[in-house]
Design a protein around this ligand. Structure first.
Ligand code: PSU
Ligand code: MN
Length: 305
């Protein structure tokens, strides 16, 4: 590789990569903009522990002090979790270089985490839900850069689907157009983040981590650019069924519209309102689905190693 990207590796992550051991990347926007303090830190610590229990090394990714950090110390993780959303940049492909060059603190979205993971040589990444096509995109043109990133950067992303605040059918259509394999794990239907069911049939289905690892290797062998999305349904005991979450989402969306919330502020606003409207239940579910994705990502990383 000819890049001279400013990467700072946690020693444990560097060692694992050098020895070909399984490593799982984790994003940081979910910490700074996706969940409130202190549950965000609890979640981040539990996710790292879950990956370790699964026999892999966690690498939480964030930008601090002019460096992309691949793996954070416990102190750095805590400091990031305590950074108010207004002080941490929400980094996608477009913002990453500016944030580093200016020496600012930035949290990586799915798109930016994929870029950094790939620079670091990490092939698997666990998150909650990817960004996608927002409802009303036909007039707002608000489509997350996460989708384009999946089309060009070779990282396998494990998520519980796209966040249900989005227009899910349009999101899956765009991924199909971009040539991104969307693989439902263990069921025929695509999951919808807080709910296992979406009513949408999955284009692809796999039932084991080995199959997912083999598919990633085959994409590379075929010279196909881009990653794959594994849509892993939330565990039954943690889900909020669609008929319960949908009215809440509709209300949050209506409020966002009325208040003129736009662009990068949309996703954090909606997640925050849904948290309030469900008295925190949406956050409990969100944490459980991230942990579930971390477990599967560790298995996939082990299968690839
Ligand atoms: N999943 C969550 N919480 C989050 C996000 C995902 O459970 O906060 C973040 C991810 O970082 C994702 C981003 O990449 O939201 C999408 O933001 P946007 O819609 O502005 O592209
Ligand atoms: Mn957007």
């Amino acid at each position: 590789m000819t890049h001279t990207a400013p990467l700072t590796f946690a020693p444990e992550v560097r060692d694992a990569l050098d020895r070909g051991l399984p490593v799982v990347a984790l994003e940081s926007t979910i910490i700074t903009h996706g969940m409130p303090w202190p549950q965000n830190l609890e979640m981040a610590e539990k996710v790292e522990a879950t990956i370790r229990n699964g026999g892999a090394v966690p690498a939480t990714i964030a930008v601090m002090g002019g460096q992309i950090h691949i793996g954070l110390t416990p102190e750095a993780l805590r400091a990031l979790a305590q950074t108010p959303p207004a002080e941490a940049m929400k980094l996608s492909r477009a913002d990453l270089a500016v944030c580093i060059a200016n020496g600012r603190t930035g949290a990586t979205t799915v798109a930016a985490t994929m870029i950094c993971a790939h620079l670091a040589g990490i092939k698997v990444f666990a998150t909650g839900g990817i960004g996608g096509v927002h409802r009303g995109a036909e007039t707002s043109f608000d489509i997350s850069a996460d989708l384009q990133e999946l089309a060009q950067t070779p990282v396998t992303v494990v998520a519980a689907g796209a966040k249900a605040i989005l227009d899910l059918p349009k999101t899956w259509e765009v991924l199909e157009t971009l040539g991104v394999p969307v693989i439902a794990f263990g069921q025929d239907e695509l999951p919808a983040f807080w709910s296992r069911a979406s009513g949408i049939k999955a284009p692809l289905r796999m039932d084991t981590a080995d199959e997912i690892a083999a598919a990633a290797a085959m994409r590379a062998a075929l010279g196909l650019k881009g990653g794959q999305l594994v849509a892993n349904p939330i565990p039954v005991e943690a889900e909020i069924p669609q008929d319960q979450i949908m009215p809440v989402i509709e209300q949050a969306l209506a409020e966002a519209g009325a208040q003129g919330i736009a662009a990068k502020a949309v996703t954090p606003f909606l997640l925050g309102r849904i948290f309030e409207l469900t008295q925190g239940r949406s956050l409990d579910s969100n944490i459980e689905l991230v942990l579930n994705n971390a477990r599967l990502a560790a298995q996939i990383a082990a299968a690839m190693a």
